[in-house]
Ligand binder design. Sequence first.
Ligand code: NAG
Ligand code: NAG
Ligand code: NAG
Ligand code: NAG
Ligand code: NAG
Length: 629
Amino acid sequence: MDQERKSFDSCIHKLVSWRRKKRIFIIMLLVFLMIAIFGVQFYHIKQKGHLSPELSQKEDDTFMQSIKVKFIEAAKLNSQEHLRKNNRLINIKDIEKLKKIDQPSHTEKNVEAFETNQQLGIPRVLTIFRNPYIPKHRIVHFDLKGAPPTIIYLKKIMSLIKNVGATGILLEYEDMFPYTGILAPIAAKNAYTFDQVIEILQYAQELQLEVIPLIQTFGHMEFALKHRIFSGSREVPGSPQALCPNRNSSLDLIRELVNQILHVHSNIHYLHIGCDEVFEMGECEICRTEIRENLFLKHVHNVVNIVRASNSKIKVIIWDDMLRHIAVQNLQAANIGDQVEPMVWVYAEDIYRFVQPPIWEKYTNVFNTAWTASAFKGAFGEAMYIPNARRHLENNLRWLEVMATQSDSFKQGLRGIVLTGWQRYDHFAILCELLPAAVPSLILNLLATTNGYFNATFKDQFLNSLSCPYPNERKPRPFLNLEGDPNMWEKLARCMFPGHAFFRLMYRLHNLEQEARDYVDSTTRQKGWLTAYNVKYNYSLPLRVDELTQDLPRVYHGLVSLARNAAESLKDIVDNYTISEWIEQRVYPYMIELENIQNASIALKKVKFWPARPLPIFKDLQKHGIAIG
Ligand SMILES: *[C@@H]1O[C@H](CO)[C@@H](O)[C@H](O)[C@H]1NC(C)=O
Ligand SMILES: *[C@@H]1O[C@H](CO)[C@@H](O)[C@H](O)[C@H]1NC(C)=O
Ligand SMILES: *[C@@H]1O[C@H](CO)[C@@H](O)[C@H](O)[C@H]1NC(C)=O
Ligand SMILES: *[C@@H]1O[C@H](CO)[C@@H](O)[C@H](O)[C@H]1NC(C)=O
Ligand SMILES: *[C@@H]1O[C@H](CO)[C@@H](O)[C@H](O)[C@H]1NC(C)=O
């Protein structure tokens, strides 16, 4: 009795002290908010005071440097753990804020919704609970670079995205357009034919999807500049990355590219001219004397003139990254606001980290409107094979939040969002996630951007769009578990959407890759009888070698069957070149490693008599200044 009383008292005491702590916590939160708001204001003022009309050489160098820094930061940001940790912190604060800000009657409902979303692993983003912002345009990016989906498959995906709210497609042909005449070498040998392009465009028209073609015209010109006949237009002789903007041949090349694309796309409203990541600028002997910012702005102007000469009504879009560090006066002096609409791209979760409020303010002063770009695949690692849908969903939801805030600052609001789906990080990079592996992520993110939020309301639409069997359970379970199953393998294992077999195969790849890696590492590094040293000197114990190679055939045959199934499941989705490339990059390296171990083990077991120790002194050490013996 007494004991119970005591523990009851201690409970009350804890409760009271917890309430007190909570009050202190809320006060601290308010103070923190005030400091944060003050800090942002101060930052604005400081930035404004800092602007100078003339760009010095030092600032010019800073400009290029900041572009490079951006990519290092992006790489760092990919550290998922770091992000997760930050998110948790923010989310707890969000809930507290919600409790403070919202009407009492709403609070409970919102906290409840928060909890439901938490069950599904949906990233928590504040604005979902106020006015959902719905971008007017929801455009899906098809990156065709060197691995074209079949027309049949592309059409299936087009009708799928139309049904969940897409308003258009951004077509990045790169080397997949049937260029002719002087440009014929640019077209890949497996490029689409004219008839195929027309088929895509007609189908888009049938579905009333806006088509925006994308042609790179400054950086990322590898697909053209890699060829000898266009190498004269390179900024740096040995590098095909960027075009030299000051050569007549460069503008001739752009004119031809633009005209051939416009000839086929006669009714378009928008043309995207790329202009992102111009890593090499102001380096050749003609350009060296000019300030890089001016080089950039002048070239954009020239390309816009080329487009307008062909069709004066087309609105021209560029990626925004090169504009982020150009001073507002210079942008205004160049009149860039009358020439292009920027497409602001950030694929990581934290949008403001890459495009800070002062940059947004600059854009609103220079442009009447802008586009934004999120991602549904191809953004979190160039060697990935399945997108992390949770991270992409957070990126898209945070974009909605940013768009809701920024839209009103532009005279004409924001035009819309493009959900990018990168196929390679550049022309020379290996394939990242293939389209069929990313269809679930695409549908999830498209539903979110079409409705302004994502929660359990869209369960049926989500599962139906992906042709999932309707869960027939007595006790309904969450239909998503993005926290524990961010690739959605587990939850969508029985769905029948176009490409589902390949999507499912990625789970097998994930497991087999791990198994093969572990096996190779264990056999050739952790264990003591099949290392490079044993193999080199033909010196091992056959009994141990037998033991170490026992599992090898099983892992090896698993890989061979995976490769075979990959080929089957990609049939009619991509062409044979792409199937071959994917298997050679993804699966074959493990097969070769295992074969090497197998062959080494055979050689080691052939030896019947062994030399006396010591084994010979390692002469190669002398190359490194280590003289022994
Ligand atoms: C480009 O062509 C113009 C007119 O033909 C010529 O005056 C100019 O020197 C050329 N520029 C270069 C860099 O070759
Ligand atoms: C989903 O969010 C919307 C908008 O906040 C809300 O009206 C709706 O009740 C939510 N649905 C569920 C199932 O949580
Ligand atoms: C791709 O390879 C398969 C299997 O060899 C073959 O049947 C098919 O005709 C090839 N497709 C094309 C377009 O060459
Ligand atoms: C292993 O040995 C076989 C038979 O000699 C040979 O065909 C194969 O190319 C070898 N594998 C590797 C990876 O060297
Ligand atoms: C190891 O010994 C076997 C049998 O004598 C021989 O066939 C093989 O070439 C040797 N391998 C090396 C790397 O010396």
